[in-house]
Ligand binder design. Structure first.
Ligand code: BG6
Length: 513
């Protein structure tokens, strides 16, 4: 699997990764070819892959969409990125020039059989079907693909599906969707995408843990006091009201993105780096997240919705004044949870998760706070000044890792001072210009499911958040927080109750002391 073998090189913007073979010849059929996801993320990723030699001249794209048009219309629609310029634009232009003649378009309604009959005559060999369409169509598309014989694999021809989130909107619907899909295709044909797993720093969590004795040996309830996982966003709901008001922060971010981070932090070491070994461990730990009673959910969850305010100088309207959002909406734009992972390793260690829109700054991070040392040996030091060790995994922006430790302050007295050992990816590697989808798509073609979610893990994630969904559907409203702040006061109280505080968020380019 390429992520493990040559990650640092793979990230290079300009070099072809040595030793990495192009993916097998594949046709990528994209349902929703004219949509936002295809234009913003998939095509730029495919162009990067062409440029880096991760796909060869035998790679083809066939876009399916409802809009009138032919191959040229899709090529024109997707080629606009050239105008953006920026670093690597010339090379991107070259790659697009090479790829575009292998991009085709099939106009039609993918809820109707006719499209699938036409698809049959346009594809052969290895095919990956990518569902860049609203979630309500996922089940229908799988049924139709299978019923038209398009998912049947031959000895040298795979058939795979790549499904974007949201995968279900609660536990019951996720189970139904899994059952419906697995009724028609095998689990090893299903690639459930969580784009957080394409992020370099997310993949690095496993390396940081399992390639470093000094980390893994203290990675347990004996040494760790609590873990915080934050995905704070400055963006507000903006034009996504229709999707967001029926979804909310909990469904949008927690059972998927934040739980992927939690699983990486909390999983047991896999016996190997095989996809199934890793997915087994991730599945196990997600199943160990305590499923709360309604009363426990009430004590351990906080939700908020932003009110009008300023985010980094820009006016943001009240959430309920957003287009396509109900004026009396009870949908949350912020959520904070205290979760417990019921394994021997994590017994008694709270995992605090928070995510929200229209917050002070954009910051996705994991903060692992260690237990305090016994203070006796530092009797000449003000004990309360000796902060606990912390490991901060900065997922984005300013990708990196830092460790807070205490050292002796220079001088005759034995006095301590906290310092941070800091590593920024940007100082050592070229990390900036890939979309994160490159490695996911490469693995989809290569048949490596490590970075994709298995049915049981998806369902375990939903099971853990279901008590909050049930409680909040039945009870009250989110607490208000002003746009441009750190969320509702109740989220601070959630930690204060345990004697903790949220890690202060760092605006890009700054380090929090
Ligand atoms: C998406 C959510 O899955 O992830 C968005 O639907 C969210 O609401 C986004 O903004 C965050 O992803 P990233 O990569 O920008 O942190």
């Amino acid at each position: 699997m390429i992520h493990v073998l040559c990650r640092g090189v793979f990230l290079s913007q300009h070099a072809k990764p040595p030793g990495v073979k192009p993916a097998p010849p594949t046709t990528l059929v994209i349902f929703g070819a004219m949509g936002d996801l295809t234009r913003r993320l998939l095509m730029p990723a495919l162009i990067n892959m062409t440029r880096l030699g991760l796909v060869g001249e035998d790679f083809h794209v066939l876009g399916v969409g409802i809009d009138e048009g032919d191959d040229q219309v899709l090529r024109d629609a997707l080629g606009n990125f050239d105008a953006k310029g920026g670093e690597g634009a010339g090379e991107k232009g070259d790659a697009w020039a090479r790829l575009k003649n292998r991009v085709g378009y099939l106009q039609g309604d993918f809820t109707q059989d006719a499209v699938y009959d036409q698809l049959k005559s346009r594809i052969s060999g290895n095919v990956a079907f990518y569902f860049a369409v609203p979630a309500r169509f996922f089940g229908d598309i799988v049924d139709k693909l299978a019923d038209h014989g398009l998912m049947k694999e031959a000895r040298h021809a795979f058939r795979r599906i790549a499904i974007e989130k949201p995968f279900g909107h609660d536990l019951a619907s996720a189970r139904d969707l899994n059952a419906r899909i697995l009724d028609k295709v095998a689990e090893d044909q299903v690639y459930r995408i969580d784009h957080f797993l394409g992020k370099e720093t997310v993949q690095n969590i496993m390396t940081a843990r399992f390639a470093n004795m000094m980390i893994e040996r203290v990675w347990n309830a004996d040494c760790i006091a609590h873990v915080q996982i934050t995905a704070a966003e400055t963006v507000d709901v903006g034009t996504r009201g229709k999707f967001y008001d029926g979804t909310g922060a909990l469904r949008d971010m927690v059972p998927n993105h934040l739980f992927q981070l939690l699983a990486m932090v909390a999983m047991e070491p896999p016996a190997s780096f095989d996809a199934e070994a890793i997915r087994n461990e991730k599945g196990k730990v997600l199943k160990a997240v305590r499923v709360y009673s309604s009363g426990q959910a009430k004590r351990n969850g906080v939700r908020g919705a932003y009110t009008a305010g300023k985010v980094q100088g820009h006016d943001v309207p009240d959430y309920t004044a957003t287009a396509d959002v109900a004026p009396d909406s009870h949908t949350e734009t912020y959520v904070a949870l205290k979760l417990m992972v019921d394994t021997w390793r994590w017994a008694g260690v709270p995992f605090y998760l928070r995510t929200g829109k229209a917050m002070t700054c954009r910051d996705t991070e994991i903060v692992v706070t260690f237990k305090p040392v016994p203070f006796a040996s530092f009797h000449k030091t003000a004990a309360e000044m000796l902060p606990p060790n912390r490991l901060i995994i900065q997922i984005q922006p300013d990708e990196g890792l830092s460790m807070d430790i205490n050292i002796k302050r220079p001088g005759l007295e034995v006095a301590t001072a906290p310092i941070a050992l800091d590593f920024r990816y940007a100082d050592a590697f070229d990390i900036g210009h890939l979309t994160g989808y490159e490695s996911l798509i490469y693995d989809l073609f290569a048949g490596d499911q490590t970075l994709f979610q298995r049915a049981d893990a998806i369902e375990a994630g939903w099971a853990a958040v279901q008590p909050f969904l049930d409680l909040w559907a039945a009870d009250g409203k989110p607490e208000p927080y002003e746009a441009g702040t750190l969320g509702p006061a109740a989220a601070d109280a959630l930690l204060a109750h345990d004697g903790h505080r949220w890690h202060e968020l760092a605006p890009a380019g700054q380090t929090v002391p």
